[in-house]
Ligand binder design. Sequence first.
Ligand SMILES: [Zn+2]
Length: 55
Amino acid sequence: MECKHVKLRKIGVQSAEGGVNVYYVCEECGSVLVVPPDKSSIYIVPGVKKEEERP
Ligand SMILES: [Zn+2]
C-alpha cells in the first residue's frame, strides 16, 4: 500500500543554502520528508516503520 504522506508532523529545521530545510515525519508510515528552501525537490527518507500492526 502506497502512502501519500498526508499526516505530517514537523520535527525540525536545519539551516541550508538560501534558507532552511524543514523536516517532517509522516505519522502513517514513519517516512521523513525533507523540504528544501525553494520547495522544489522534496526528499523522502523511507520510513522506519513501526511494527504496530497485529497479525
Ligand atoms: Zn507516509
